[in-house]
Structures are given as C-alpha cells and as structure tokens.
Design a protein around this ligand. Structure first.
Ligand SMILES: Nc1nc2c(c(=O)[nH]1)N[C@H]1C(S)=C(S)[C@@H](COP(=O)(O)O)O[C@H]1N2
Ligand SMILES: [Mo]
Length: 427
C-alpha cells in the first residue's frame, strides 16, 4: 500500500517538473532531457549497492537514536566573535535544515548567562514565597501531581536579528533568525502552583529565579502568570534537555525568551516589579533619542524565508522551486504570509501548511518556477490581530538604529543566476 503511494507521488512529481521545465525552457529541451536519462542507465538503479547487500546494525546498536551520519551538518552553530565566553553566549537553530513547525530537541538554540546547570531532579526544589498565604517548596514529584497540559509555543530571544538593525550582516538565516525554537511543552499551568500557595491581594508581580550560576530573574506581571504561563518538564514528549532548563523551566507564551527562566528554583510574589535590578540590565530597547522603550514583552509579528537562503542555495537549476519559511507572532496566530520574489514590488499569498496554533511558528510555502534570473526574496507576515511585519526602513523610522532588541523587520535574500543567495538590503 505505502509503496504504491510513494510510486504515485514520484510519478506526479516528475510529471510536474516536466511540465514546469517545459514552461521555462521549451518542449524540445524537456524531451531531450528525458530521453538522455533513459539512454544512460543510472548505476544507482541498475547495480546492487552495499546497503542493499549486507545486513545492518541490530536494534541494540542505538538505545537512544541519533540522526543519520549524512546529516552531520545539521547542527547548532555559534558565532565566536559575538561574545567573549561560550558560557555566557548563544548558539543558533539551523532553520534552513528544518521543515514543519517543531524544532527537534537537539537543535533548539541555547542562550545562557552562566553555563548549563547539571541538576539531579531528585535534588531539585521549587520554592514559592513573598506575598503568599503559605510559602511552599515543591519537589519535581509534587509538581507532577497537578493536572498537565500540552502546548506548542515559540521561544524567541529579544536579541534575535539584533545584528541586522544597521545593515545586512550575517550570511544565513541560522545566524540572522536562529534565536527561535518551537516546541511542544508538557507541564503544569503556573496558576495551579500559585493558587496552591495563595497569592495575597497585594501580590501583582512574580519574580522567577533560575538555579544556574547566573541565577537569572525577570519580573513578570501576575496577570500573565495566571493567564497562560506554564511550568514545563517535558519538551517534544521527552524530558527537557539540560540546555533548556532540566528539570523545569518557565514557559511565558509569546513573550521575550529572557523571561522563560530555566532551571526554575524559586518564584517570589511582590507588589511591584523589581525594576531597579532590571533597568540596568541589557534587556531594554533604546530609542533614537536615547530613551528606553519599556515593557516590550510581546515578540512582534515576524517571518523569514528559510529556503532558499545563503546556507541553502538553489542547486537544482531553473524550474520547479519550493520556497519555504516560518512566521510567528507573540500576539496570536498568523493570519497570512505574503511572499515577494522581486524585492517587495509584487506580493503573492503564501500557502500555510501544518498546524496553525497561537504563539507558535507557522510553516509557509510558495511554489514557483524559477527562470534563472536574479531574485530578491522577501516574506511579510500578518497576525490575527492585524499586525503587519514592517520593512527595515519602517522599523528604523519608528525606533531608530540604537536598538538591538525586537527587530522583526522584513528580511531580503538576493538569489543570483547561479542559485547562490546573499543577505542584502534594498531601499
Ligand atoms: N536560568 C536562566 N534562564 C534563562 C537564561 C539564563 O541564562 N539562565 N537565559 C534566558 C534567555 S536570554 C533566553 S533567550 C532563553 C533561551 O532559552 P533556550 O536556551 O531554551 O533557547 O532562556 C532564558 N532563560
Ligand atoms: Mo535572550
């Protein structure tokens, strides 16, 4: 049954590329290409290969599976000159190698300020204190007795695309946009835990704190904490990775990644934010006049074309080409994604495929025939609240060039006639 389906699909595909090749290059050339293939048989079809001849590894070879050896280039990467020390640094999700909406656990970008804490879950505790009726301490086992939920959310560092504010910098969507991942979390709604301790009427803010060497904290309004925040212990079905906060992390849907405290060990309830500490922190947006833009918690509507892109050039020549990318918004679902291949002069609506979930990335496709000419690829996302992703110049006009954070502007990739791609800016 499944063999038949595969066969049918491949027949459809070759007919489609035949048609599109015909459209681009003329009927005669297509006939020639097809007969040339028939005339010189492919040894990969006619000769038996090693993997067809010899027995492979048994089921005991890999108790925990890893990707094929031929996928070894699909890895997180860092940019050595960005930070002084890899323990307070960042690496980037290889977005151009992925499809669908879920980021595999081993490829989720990492951002930490004091290295990865290695915590034995049996020794982990979560304390709730401050303006509560009963300060409480939970073990992991305690947390797992509350009703659970499963939710898919993106996490984006507010500094994602930050290097691109002043001009095109880094050559690949992994580096320009790879501080985002999208994961299905299993965990307990934070409100259950807070209600267990009983938040006093004066309690208006929470201060979650990490158990890592950085002991990171961020003030979050109680309203958000009681709305959709979660204490997560699973990602994509398995335990959180140490890099992502094992054994528990805070999930703050749609809001900047900095608030998603990893290795969560304590939540203090207060009557006002702890801004004295935070105003001196780096997570403040600087406007053109040097003043700070405060409370920029939601991640704005944004998108990027992941293929083709500088790390994923067009290698198949002209004809049928699949353009794909990701779109997301901290305000809800993505309503529409537009794609332009001529630098924003003409726009066409892309096809969104796969689950459309609130505060989760959406996968879009634009299938077109490349005629081999130079292209300027752009994507523009619009969310269900009507927010429209701005051009770079619109963003600069509104916010100046002093900022690093919250760059959600439209990205341009130049496609050259040889199929290679480059990060460019067009005015
Ligand atoms: N305890 C702790 N939590 C933390 C951090 C940290 O350094 N320590 N970094 C924050 C920042 S700035 C970001 S962008 C996200 C990154 O999450 P990730 O490593 O799962 O991608 O975690 C946040 N939570
Ligand atoms: Mo971040």
């Amino acid at each position: 049954m499944s063999d038949k389906t595969t066969q049918k699909d491949s027949v459809n595909l070759s007919r489609r590329s035949l048609l599109t090749k015909g459209a681009a290059a003329g009927g005669a050339l297509v006939a020639g290409a097809v007969s040339a293939r028939a005339a010189s048989p492919d040894p990969l079809i006619t000769e038996i290969q090693d993997w067809n001849r010899y027995l492979g590894d048994g089921v005991d070879a890999k108790p925990y599976g890893v990707p094929s050896q031929f996928e070894s280039n699909v890895v997180r990467r860092d940019v050595a000159w960005l930070t002084a020390d890899p323990k307070s640094s960042v690496n980037f999700t290889p977005l151009h190698e992925l499809d669908g909406i879920i980021t595999p656990n081993g490829l989720c970008f990492e951002r930490h300020h004091g290295g990865i804490a290695e915590i034995n879950p049996a020794d982990h505790r979560l304390m709730i204190n401050g303006l509560v009726d009963t300060p409480l301490v939970f073990t992991l086992e305690d947390l797992k007795r509350f009703p659970r939920e499963n939710r898919v959310y993106f996490l984006e560092c507010a500094a994602n695309s930050g290097m691109e504010w002043r001009g095109a910098q880094l050559n690949g969507c992994q580096f320009t946009h790879g501080m985002v991942h999208n994961v299905m979390y299993t965990g307990v709604p934070l409100k259950h835990i807070l209600n267990e301790a009983g938040v006093k009427p004066e309690g208006k803010w929470i201060l979650p704190e990490g158990a890592d060497a950085a002991a990171m904290t961020r003030s979050i309004p109680l309203e958000k904490a009681m709305d959709d925040c979660m204490i997560a212990f699973k990602m994509n079905g398995e335990a959180l990775r140490p890099e992502q906060g094992y054994p528990v992390r805070l999930v703050v849907p749609g809001w900047e990644g900095n608030m998603w405290i990893k290795w969560l060990r304590r939540i203090e309830i207060g009557d006002e934010p702890w801004h004295q500490r935070e105003e001196t922190s780096k997570y403040t947006d600087l406007l053109a006049d040097g003043t700070a833009r405060r409370f920029t918690w939601e991640m704005d509507v944004k998108s990027v074309i992941t293929n083709p892109s500088p790390q994923a050039p067009i290698t198949h020549g002209r004809g049928a080409t699949v353009l794909t990318g990701l779109a997301w918004s901290g305000f809800g679902k993505i309503a529409r994604v537009d794609v332009s291949i001529d630098g924003g002069r003409n726009w066409e609506t892309a096809r969104i495929d796969g689950p459309s979930l609130s505060k989760s990335v959406h996968r879009f496709y634009y299938d077109f025939d490349w005629d081999g000419s130079e292209l300027f690829l752009q994507s523009r996302a619009i969310d269900e609240m009507g927010n429209v992703q701005p051009t770079k110049n619109e963003l600069r006009a509104a916010r100046g060039v002093n900022s690093i954070y919250h760059n959600n502007s439209i990205q341009t990739w130049q496609i050259k006639p040889d199929g290679s791609a480059e990060n460019v800016e067009i005015s």
